[in-house]
Design a binder for this molecule. Structure first.
Ligand code: HEC
Length: 154
């Protein structure tokens, strides 16, 4: 009896394990999209943070390093939108608000605004004039915050 129970328990453990393995590999399309857009946003945060540190002076300003982050940020700003397709309002933990899909024109306008602001920052960063950079960085900050205020849950 005890032996039989042990075998059953082992089989149950194996069933659970193989289920969780297949659940990990067979991600849903929604999960992949949500994790993709969050990954791009995280990368944006990384490069915005690198620039913010140099503007605040907590890290010494280095023209090349700053311009590299500005260029990456401008490129990243084109990328996350693929991950906000129809039906990706749920399916994995997300802070994306439903308004992204119900008021998609406003969301797209906020995205375009950020694309322009980051392109301007990349130009300013290549020039290396700190006053111009600071003004452009301020506009980028507003563009990120504007969209997060409207479309990212707290
Ligand atoms: C047009 C809208 C929009 C713009 C512009 C935007 N974001 Fe986001 N961001 C979002 C949304 C929506 C989420 C929530 C995504 C989710 O949870 O699925 C988010 C999430 C994030 C996150 C959290 C990612 C995570 O899951 O850990 C970071 C970091 C972030 N954004 C950084 C930025 C930065 C930096 C900028 C500007 C340079 C920016 N975002 C511009 C809409 C935007």
């Amino acid at each position: 009896m005890i032996r039989k129970l042990a075998v059953l328990t082992a089989a149950a453990v194996m069933a659970v394990t193989s289920f969780s393995v297949s659940a990990q590999t067979a991600q849903t399309a929604q999960e992949r999209a949500i994790q993709y857009r969050q990954g791009v946003m995280k990368a944006q945060g990384w490069h915005a943070g690198n620039m913010a540190a140099q503007i605040r002076g907590t890290k010494p300003y280095e023209k090349e390093d700053f311009a590299r982050s500005a260029t990456f940020l401008a490129q990243l700003m084109h990328m996350s939108w693929d991950g906000f397709g129809p039906g990706t309002d749920k399916g994995a933990p997300t802070k994306a608000k439903p308004e992204i899909w119900t008021d998609n024109a406003k969301f797209k306008a906020a995205a375009d605004n950020a694309i322009k602001a980051t392109a301007t920052l990349a130009q300013a960063a290549a020039g290396g004039n700190m006053d111009t950079i600071k003004a452009a960085f301020g506009e980028v900050g507003k563009a990120c915050k504007g969209c997060h205020d409207d479309f990212q849950a707290k």
